[in-house]
Ligand binder design. Structure first.
Ligand SMILES: [Zn+2]
Length: 267
C-alpha cells in the first residue's frame, strides 16, 4: 500500500526524468477519465516539476495546469523508457516526453486542474514529514498537542490533517520503535514522545524514499530470511523481535485499519 515514501520517491524520479521536457503523447484509456478530456487539454504542454504533498502526487505543467493524483490503496505510477511499450493492464493515463513515459495504473483519484484551481484535500494536510523546511520532530509535537487529547495515538498518526505521509505500515512501526502503545490517548504523550514519533516516522519514510521497493523497516541479522521486513507490522501472534511476547493486532480508528503492537515493549 502506498504511503508518503512512494509519492516522494516518485516526485524525485519523475522530476529528474521529465522536468522541462515537452509532452509528445498523452493517453487516457480509462473511461472514467473521458469527461476530463485530459489528452486534449495537455496537448503541447510541458512538465515543469513533479511534487509530493503527503500521499498526493502533483504534476505541474508549463500552462499552469496541475495533474492531481492520489493512489489510495491500489494505484501505482511507473516510469517507462520511451523506447519500450507501455504495459497496458489497468492503465489509466500515460504522459510521454521524448525520453520517458509516466504511466498511471488503477487510479483511483485523478483530476486535471486548471491554473489557480486547488487540489482537493491537499490544503487540509498537516505538515509533510518529508517536506522541505519541515522539522518533523517539532511539527509532530506541535500538531499532536492540538489533537483531541482523547484520541488514540495510532489513529491520530494516520490522520493526514495532523501530519502528512504516515500510512498503516509506518504507523505500527513508528509506535513500536518509539516504545509507545498505539492505544494510548494523545493527551498522555510527553512533548518528547510526540517529537520522537515525528522524527522516527520521518526517518523511516526517508529510508523508504531512498531504498525504493516494498517497505523495509527491519533488517534481519545475517543468515535470517531476508523477506523479514518489519518489526511488528503483519506479524500477529509471532514473537516480538525484542522481547518474545506475541505481537498483537486489532483494527483502530474510524477506518478500522489494523494496528500491530507488542504489549510488553510499548507502554
Ligand atoms: Zn516486545
Amino acid at each position: 500500500m502506498p504511503e508518503g515514501q512512494v509519492s516522494h520517491r516518485n516526485a524525485i524520479r519523475f522530476t529528474r526524468a521529465m522536468a522541462g521536457r515537452p509532452l509528445v503523447r498523452v493517453l487516457a484509456p480509462e473511461p472514467r477519465l473521458g469527461p476530463q478530456r485530459i489528452p486534449e487539454r495537455l496537448a503541447g504542454d510541458r512538465i515543469e516539476v513533479v511534487e509530493a504533498a503527503g500521499k498526493h502526487h502533483l504534476f505541474r505543467f508549463a500552462s499552469g495546469r496541475t495533474l492531481h493524483s492520489h493512489l489510495v490503496m491500489s494505484g501505482v505510477w511507473r516510469l517507462v523508457p520511451a523506447t519500450r511499450p507501455i504495459p497496458p493492464g489497468g492503465l489509466w493515463l500515460a504522459l510521454s516526453t521524448p525520453e520517458w513515459t509516466a504511466a498511471q495504473y488503477r487510479g483511483p483519484l485523478m483530476r486535471l486542474l486548471e491554473p489557480g484551481e486547488r487540489p482537493a484535500g491537499v490544503g487540509a494536510l498537516g505538515p509533510d514529514l518529508l517536506g522541505e523546511g519541515v522539522d518533523p520532530a517539532a511539527a509532530a509535537a506541535d500538531r499532536l498537542r492540538r489533537v483531541d487529547p482523547g484520541r488514540q495515538v495510532g489513529d491520530a498518526l494516520m490522520d493526514q490533517r495532523v501530519v502528512a505521509g504516515i500510512g498503516n505500515v509506518y504507523k505500527s512501526e513508528t509506535c513500536f520503535l518509539c516504545g509507545i502503545d498505539p492505544w494510548r490517548a494523545v493527551g498522555s504523550l510527553s512533548p518528547e514522545e510526540a517529537a520522537a514519533l515525528g522524527a522516527t516516522a520521518a526517518r523511516l519514510l526517508g529510508e523508504g524514499v531512498r531504498d525504493g521497493g516494498p517497505i523495509r523497516t527491519y533488517r534481519p541479522p545475517l543468515g535470517a530470511p531476508p523477506r523479514e521486513r518489519t518489526w511488528v507490522y503483519g506479524r500477529r501472534g509471532r514473537p516480538c523481535r525484542r522481547c518474545g511476547t506475541p505481537v498483537r493486532s486489532r483494527g483502530q480508528g474510524d477506518a478500522n485499519r489494523t494496528t500491530y503492537w507488542c504489549p510488553t515493549c510499548q507502554r
